[in-house]
Write a protein that binds this ligand. Structure first.
Ligand SMILES: NC(=O)CC[C@H](N)C(=O)O
Length: 372
């Protein structure tokens, strides 16, 4: 087992052993608290340019399979685990996680101190980092490695959605009878999202991130969807502009995660970076319109800054915060009160995660049914 180093931009260094591909990789250091679902995490395009540490101490037990990927490849910039499983055992497994990381050139590290790392990030916030393993970890000394980490760009201001988006549009057919046509703008879309819509009779036209309002409306959609995605929502003006045109046209709208942040910006709200974000599958979110609490899947480092004490004015009429996170009070959902448009900051597609919030896809279908 070859030595490896995890170097954080504030100078903290964790020593470990190489896991996956050997070499070096740079990204924003974040942690995920999910006890299950590592394959969905690894393949979620929202993790582009992030090094993800798993707080669950044993990773890889169920190997990898052909059914769970959220995209065609592993998307994280690097991977930190406490103890990689030595044996992959599951009836669906087609391979081991270690070999998948190696084959796809994803540099990882196993460190004994993932708990210390998580506490450090919780206190100091997500920060730039790098993993150096094999020969990359040996020669230069920690000071030189740290200097290289400090030269990398930060997540703030990063426009990454267009890098991970599809370049060509494609159609996910409706399962059973087709009821609605949905234009889904791919800002880093997870495979489960169009699937959840197709299960409900939606024919989903997945469009590139930089699609304009007229590209979107050209398919005559019953509803428009903006997906999750990586990077800073403040850097995606092109998506905000496209969505403004959709809202002007009054077409029903649903957004998830990055899509919620873009919706917030289209309403004139700002976004800001959370200290360490929410990444896991057990975050409590309250629907303020019903009082009901969902346990939900999350992956976000930014949040929308919106007034929570009642409806507020927007260019599209009054809006309100519909959902809040019960851990830290941050905004988890928005809606317009006089137009058919809403969004959530978390993941009702539940991949991985609890299915409490899956009814939000039905709410989107109800909005599309409305004008008929
Ligand atoms: N999953 C997402 O869509 C993440 C949105 C955004 N990149 C954030 O970190 O907040």
């Amino acid at each position: 087992m070859n030595p490896a180093l995890l170097v954080l931009e504030d100078g903290r260094v964790f020593q470990g052993v190489a896991y996956g591909a050997e070499g070096e990789t740079f990204g924003e250091m974040v942690f995920n608290t999910g006890m299950t679902g590592y394959q969905e995490t690894l393949t979620d395009p929202s993790y582009a340019r992030q090094i993800v540490a798993m707080t669950s101490p044993h990773i890889g037990n169920t190997g990898i399979n052909d059914e769970d990927p959220e995209s065609s490849r592993i998307q994280v910039a690097g991977y930190v685990v406490r103890e990689p499983a030595r044996v992959a055992s599951n009836w669906r497994a087609t391979g081991s996680l270690g070999s998948a990381l190696r084959e796809q050139g994803v540099v990882g590290i196993a460190v004994p101190g993932t708990r210390a790392l998580t506490r450090h990030l919780r206190d100091r916030g997500a920060m730039r980092a790098a993993i150096f393993s094999g020969t990359a970890a040996v020669a230069p000394g920690e000071a030189a490695l740290l200097e290289r980490v400090r030269q990398t760009p930060s997540m703030e201001g990063a426009d990454l959605a267009r890098d991970v988006s599809t370049t060509e549009s494609y159609v996910v057919p409706a399962k059973g009878e087709k009821r609605y046509t949905v234009a889904a703008v791919d800002l880093g879309i997870k495979a489960m999202t169009p699937y959840r819509m197709s299960e409900r009779g939606c024919e989903v036209h997945v469009l590139p991130a930089t699609s304009t309002t007229s590209d979107i409306l050209a398919i005559a959609p019953d509803g428009v969807f903006f997906s999750n995605g990586p990077g800073d929502p403040a850097a995606a003006d092109y998506a905000v502009d496209a969505l403004k045109g959709v809202l002007d046209a009054g077409v029903p709208f649903f957004g998830i995660c990055f899509g919620n942040q873009i919706f917030g910006r289209a309403l004139g709200l700002g976004t800001y970076k959370l200290r360490f974000g929410h990444r896991g599958i057990n975050q409590p979110v309250q629907d303020r319109t019903t009082g009901k609490v969902d346990v939900s899947a999350h992956n976000h480092g930014f949040a929308v800054d919106a007034p929570k004490d009642g409806p507020f004015d927007t260019p599209y009429g009054p809006a309100e915060v519909t959902h809040v996170n019960l851990n830290d009070g941050c905004v988890e959902g928005l809606r317009l009160l006089e137009r058919p448009a809403f969004s959530v900051q978390y993941h009702p597609e539940a991949a991985a995660g609890p299915h409490d919030a899956s009814g939000l896809f039905d709410r989107f279908c109800d909005l599309m049914e409305g004008p008929r």
